[in-house]
Design a protein around this ligand. Structure first.
Ligand SMILES: NC(=O)c1ccc[n+]([C@@H]2O[C@H](COP(=O)([O-])OP(=O)(O)OC[C@H]3O[C@@H](n4cnc5c(N)ncnc54)[C@H](OP(=O)(O)O)[C@@H]3O)[C@@H](O)[C@H]2O)c1
Length: 349
């Protein structure tokens, strides 16, 4: 078998033996491990795209592999491998994960399959010998999710994941990120909108900056009636945070590794928005009692409105906040602030 010598890190020679990845031959003190990351739902233009591009920007150090129900997708760059999976088939999932180190789910599935498919994925990851797993969280803390009926699916999934961690089957973390900052891109100049939304296509929530009469609904704190605070993170920064978490040598250990683009009081967020949209914003404060009354009138089958009302109630209890542990562990990630977001996407044409 032919071997050749190349120039390794820190000027050390590296022996390249074709069947073995060069990383195995690097000096032991090499800080980062090369990792294959499977992203369930990685075809999505939001978190999928964010994570895939953050992993690709490691210049081959990490390799993203998309798990999808479809075998191809014209939107996805041809240099990213797509593995077609059947989330109901253990064999299909195990086969797709055999050479994978880390599995990140960014799935969003309406209905009970959101739980079963992710638990199937978890158990397949365990059998395939994957090292780490993260379920599709990307919202708030568990305490907040307990207040929102539709988010109970995330709690049930997380319970199963944590139980696997406790039994030593896999390492795992959940990643809260607060509200996508991209909600603030709704209504920005058309020339900037695509980048501002980062694939996000939902309607406005709390911040209604579009149109001539912008307004913001502000949950007032239950205890003192003051404006509550919230965390916002740009979708594009979430992939960077997860990539940095993958690089952590310390185990994730079933922890909540929260990330924050910015933690801010509604008053300050509104002031920044006013500065960049160039219009006065009408503030619509709401108390927990008013939201609870409204909730009685929202039909339960209006899932979005029901969820938003319950989320706002959680906001009155300051549950839009959580520990931004990942910011502390990975200070090299410099997420976009709200000022930077508004300046980038609301100014110029
Ligand atoms: N913090 C926030 O403000 C915020 C806002 C919105 C969403 N989120 C969270 O972000 C995460 C991703 O949400 P998203 O809106 O980006 O997701 P999405 O684009 O709606 O879906 C992600 C992927 O899930 C897969 N999928 C969809 N339906 C499926 C089904 N029936 N069976 C199997 N796979 C299915 C699809 O992949 P394939 O078609 O390739 O299989 C899709 O690309 C979720 O956890 C969501 O709760 C957070």
């Amino acid at each position: 078998m032919q071997q050749r010598l190349g120039s390794g890190r820190e000027g050390l020679p590296v022996l390249h033996t074709p069947p073995f990845p060069a990383i195995l031959l690097l000096p032991l003190k090499t800080k980062f491990k090369m990792v294959k990351v499977a992203i369930a739902g990685g075809s999505s233009p939001t978190l999928g795209e964010s994570l895939v591009s953050a992993l690709l920007s490691t210049n081959g150090r990490h390799t993203p592999i998309i798990l999808s129900r479809q075998s191809d997708n014209t939107r996805i760059s041809s240099n990213v491998e797509i593995r077609q999976v059947d989330y109901t088939s253990h064999t299909s999932l195990v086969n797709a994960l055999r050479d994978i180190d880390v599995v990140i789910s960014v799935l969003l599935i309406p209905g009970p399959e959101f739980i079963t498919y992710q638990i199937n994925l978890l158990h397949a990851a365990e059998e395939a010998g994957c090292r780490r797993f993260a379920p599709s969280e990307f919202a708030l803390s568990s305490e907040a999710h307990e207040k929102v009926d539709i988010l109970s699916a995330k709690l049930t999934t997380w319970d199963a994941v944590r139980s696997s961690v406790e039994r030593g089957k896999i390492d795992a973390a959940r990643f809260p990120c607060g509200m996508f900052m991209n909600y603030l891109g709704i209504g920005c100049p058309p020339s900037k909108r695509k980048d501002a939304l980062a694939g996000f296509s939902e309607g406005p929530y709390l911040f209604h900056l579009e149109g001539d009469n912008p307004w913001v609904e502000v949950p007032l704190k239950e205890d003192d009636g003051q404006f509550s605070s919230l965390i916002m993170t740009n979708i594009r920064d979430i992939g960077k945070f997860i990539t940095a978490a993958i690089d952590l040598e310390e185990p994730w250990s079933g922890r909540e590794l929260g990330m924050a683009g910015e933690t801010i009081n509604f008053r300050d967020a509104i002031a920044i928005c006013e500065q960049y949209i160039g219009k006065k914003i009408e503030v619509r404060p709401v108390t927990k009692a008013q939201l609870s009354e409204k909730l009685q009138e929202v039909p339960k089958n209006n899932f979005i409105e029901y969820m938003e009302c319950q989320l706002s109630i959680a906001g009155t209890e300051e549950l839009f906040l959580f520990e931004a542990t990942l910011n502390k562990l990975c200070p090299q990630v410099r997420p976009m602030t709200i000022t930077e977001f508004m300046q980038t996407f609301w100014t110029g044409l």
